[in-house]
Design a binder for this molecule. Sequence first.
Ligand code: NDP
Ligand SMILES: O=C1O[C@H](COP(=O)(O)O)[C@@H](O)[C@H](O)[C@H]1O
Length: 597
Amino acid sequence: MPSFSSSLSCPTYRSCTSSAPFFSNHHSSSLINGDLRRSLSFLSSSPQKLNLDELTCVRSQRKSLQSSVVVQDGAVATKSSSAEELKLTIPSLEEDKVAIESDGGGNQSTVSITVVGASGDLAKKKIFPALFALYYEGCLPEHFTIFGYARSKMTDGELRDMVSKTLTCRIDKRANCGEKIEEFLKRCFYHTGQYDSQEHFVALDKKLKEHEGGRISNRLFYLSIPPNIFVDAVKCASSSASSIKGWTRVIVEKPFGRDSQTSAALTKSLKQYLEEDQIFRIDHYLGKELVENLSVLRFSNLIFEPLWSRQYIRNVQFIFSEDFGTEGRGGYFDNYGIIRDIMQNHLLQILALFAMETPVSLDAEDIRNEKVKVLRSMRPIQLEDVVIGQYKSQTTGGVTYPGYTDDKTVPKGSLTPTFAAAALFIDNARWDGVPFLMKAGKALNTRSTEIRVQFRHVPGNLYNRNSGSDLDRTTNELVIRVQPNEAIYLKINNKVPGLGMRLDRSNLNLLYSTRYSKEIPDAYERLLLDAIEGERRLFIRSDELDAAWALFTPLLKELEEKKTIPESYPYGSRGPVGAHYLAAKHKVQWGDLSHDQ
Ligand SMILES: NC(=O)C1=CN([C@@H]2O[C@H](COP(=O)(O)OP(=O)(O)OC[C@H]3O[C@@H](n4cnc5c(N)ncnc54)[C@H](OP(=O)(O)O)[C@@H]3O)[C@@H](O)[C@H]2O)C=CC1
Ligand SMILES: O=C1O[C@H](COP(=O)(O)O)[C@@H](O)[C@H](O)[C@H]1O
């Protein structure tokens, strides 16, 4: 990966974007053919337009495909495809070189990352640490600069002090950590400015140019600011600080509106200044390792995909629990509530990935097309299929935990739900009649996110007599524990060793911490790297967003218009009992509450 400082372990296949091979080492011939076709048509259509990264990518892909392609006089064919079909001419490596060198800024490009809202919580907690982790792993380009931008007055030194307090090295990567931190901080700068001031963004642009040193500049803006100022900042960044020769991309944080109408208005405003392919709407759950693994699990293991339908699956559960309240974020939260904060985005995105049909390829557009189809096939959510709750104060062990409305930033008497459970349905051939249950709550007894797949009963099971009376509890269950203690386990029935015939439930367990020694990267690392590389697969396209809001907006409106009173539950409990009744109505038992979770 020549354009990246790859002295450490940034995985090389990542440098390729839309045509990235699926696996770094082993390619199935069909994937190779698909990737190769895309590379070839991409190359033959506009070789003169390739930038350095694209050329680098194609070159490295060409290398990795050497064993399966026949290259003759600039024409390429796969061994398994007809030469006629693939008679496409691609530029030779020499021609690539000319293309790079004639590209104005010499043979190197640079990436400038501006964290807008750099003084804030998310920037400190997630963005700067993720950028450092990428730097440590050798995943950032050789030439990069990071700028913090916010209204707070700070010098470069003060920003570096602030950032340095949040940086840590992975447990398995401590070598030269201090040195790496120092090197990284030297690449971080700060610019004070208002979010709606063209003048201040012009000044930022000037500083960026100084750092870019005449190279082809690619610019990434991360909007880590409250949503009411997204459009101001985008307007100024795009008109006064976007790149002239390279790309300009903007990562937009949630919330993307409060409902269909406000979301559409936000999209419309953003599109006044940006093309859709410049907008990277982030849902950090899509960057989590086990969410990313969902498609691998399903599409690369023969044993799962044939079972992935109403024929074998009884219900699917998406469960998000936090063991802390809205402490410190009550002001934001009260305007949104748990349905908008977690369900409409994080859980729904996971559901769409879980339930989609096999995409044509792993290209971003193919995957997002399938996700949209799932979302658009979903039945409108009925109020009677929803339970909402709000936590109240609880004293245990002499400690008093505050109720939601005890938070000073929350209006007294607020009806905003901090817990919700819902039953959703996908009205298509694969999933007809299968309840997809969601449950999300703050201030519960545990912190965890899981996907639970409960399979149907074994027809004519010879061992029913040995399994106890609750047959639902003896069906197979596949659990994907997204966090913490990442794991995938399958509950099976097993004979207890001995002379008798007693069955018990056991787990076939893939616990990541015992299987893999490498620390799991934070979701923001993956997503930032994807944005830098132009990989859109894990970002939300505007039609996905529209479909997601279309599903939830009528429900949210009804809850608000009817002033539905949330059921209260004590801080640190398992949530309101209404969630059990909802599940029971759909003949489901929550998997996370069973005795053998
Ligand atoms: N924090 C989190 O865990 C998560 C946050 N998000 C989203 O990320 C974005 C940033 O979140 P977070 O860092 O928590 O936000 P903050 O409230 O910390 O705001 C970030 C920065 O924006 C500036 N700012 C705050 N309020 C205003 C205002 N009313 N007008 C103008 N500027 C303001 C402040 O910088 P200054 O005063 O220096 O200009 C502040 O440091 C938000 O969209 C949020 O919804 C998403 C998921 C999780
Ligand atoms: O987007 C959000 O996510 C966090 C939970 O993220 P996690 O990665 O720590 O699980 C949640 O606390 C917050 O309310 C929400 O806005």
